[in-house]
Design a protein around this ligand. Structure first.
Ligand SMILES: *Cc1c(COP(=O)(O)O)cnc(C)c1O
Length: 377
């Protein structure tokens, strides 16, 4: 699905030197690389503060902790997302309230969101799934009227942007009160291990987030609140600085892959290619199709036989996961989520795919789909 080796070959000299320099300086924890990376990312996103942390899941957890929520407070999230978005809600003894997504953007549906809001709603977490920004203008308006904080899960959309109706262009992750991301290796801005970050332009909140990520510490050995230990390694920060400079280029490369796929599948009645919302630039963390009237398992088998990887993100929506059974999560009625869960399939996408590989993949996908059409009963 991804080829990190080839990407590394292009930046090897720079990365190797940066890693060596961290080792030479023995500044493994915090230190100048981490500070510089945070400043550079803040500049890139147009936010005042970037607080690096250990991974994207921690970023979401710390963001929720910083809001000072109470057990039982409701947090609205899509069910059609990676489990981390919701897991941290439950971990903090908050109540996940699942809402449906749009059939085209795969992100929070505004109507479903409105209906789910109660006086106990204390946060909303839109997810920019697969690299497509959620409709933030609508979400922020709904949340703003009711004074509900919005935390963006930007783990799949870093590098993307969003254009508001007044023409303002803002980076994904920089629109809500807080933004969270992951630097997991396969993400659009990935390091060579685990990493994550939290963004905000609110000074008070930034101080709180920093404190929570560092054992609730205000000054050394003085702890104000219960926090955690979540840090980005200096080696990872050094690698991320190099890759951040190429992020736009990486996003362009992903879009070129998506353009190729779109053209190859255009007009095929069995294949729905990804929708690109007019309000944002898709950064294609995933290239995800919907299959119509096709046996998806068979498509996957045939592709695997022919050496083409494919994945289902995600085979079980969050509200149907066993971990949430006790929370009555399965009672949520999310028809679009259910519909998508049976139909989506993601194809390989990364920055180094060649024309030849794309030709190979698309011809096999077209063939596998053709051979897996369901006959009417
Ligand atoms: C990857 C991901 C996360 C979690 O990131 P980790 O760094 O793996 O903890 C959270 N949300 C979404 C949508 C993700 O894709």
């Amino acid at each position: 699905m991804v080829d990190l080796k080839r990407q590394y070959q292009h930046i090897k000299a720079e990365v190797d030197a940066a890693i060596q320099s961290v080792i030479d300086d023995t500044a493994f924890i915090n230190g100048p690389e981490v500070t510089r990376f945070a400043e550079e990312l803040a500049g890139n996103l147009g936010v005042k503060h970037v607080i690096p942390c250990a991974n994207g899941t921690d970023a979401l957890q710390i963001a929720l902790m910083a809001l000072g929520l109470q057990p039982g407070d409701e947090v609205i999230t899509p069910s059609f997302t990676y489990i981390a978005t919701v897991e941290v809600v439950a971990l903090l003894r908050l109540k996940p309230v699942f809402v449906d997504v749009d059939k085209d953007t795969y992100t929070i549906n505004a109507e479903s969101l409105k209906q789910a809001i109660t006086p106990n709603t204390k946060a909303i977490i839109p997810v920019h799934l697969y690299g497509q920004a959620a409709n933030m203008e609508e979400i922020l308006a709904i949340a703003g009227e009711r004074n509900i904080p919005v935390i963006e899960d930007n783990a799949q959309a870093i590098g993307g942007d969003y254009t508001f109706s007044d023409g303002r262009k803002v980076k994904t992750g920089a629109m809500g009160l807080i933004g969270c991301t992951s630097f997991f290796p396969s993400k659009n801005l990935g390091c060579y291990g685990d990493g994550g970050a939290i963004f905000t332009s609110d000074d008070t909140l930034a101080a709180q987030i920093r404190m929570i990520a560092n054992h609730g510490q205000s000054k050394k050995y003085y702890h104000e609140v219960v926090g955690c230990n979540s840090r980005l390694d200096a080696i990872q920060a050094a690698i991320l600085r190099i890759k951040l400079r190429r992020l736009d280029q990486y996003c362009d490369a992903r879009r070129r892959v998506a353009d190729y796929y779109d053209a190859a599948f255009a007009g095929n009645p069995r294949i729905v290619t990804p929708f690109r919302a007019p309000y944002s630039r898709h950064v294609f963390h995933q290239y995800t199709l919907q299959l119509e009237g096709v046996d998806r398992d068979r498509v996957q088998e045939k592709l695997a036989e022919r050496g083409v990887p494919s994945m289902i993100y995600y085979p079980v929506p969050c509200h149907k996961q066993n971990m949430f059974r006790g929370l009555g999560a399965s009672e949520f009625d999310l028809p679009v989520t259910d519909f998508l869960q049976d139909r989506v399939i993601s194809l390989p996408i990364h920055t180094e795919l060649t024309g030849e590989e794309l030709k190979f993949i698309t011809s096999h996908v077209l063939q596998a789909v053709e051979e897996s059409v369901l006959t009417e009963a």
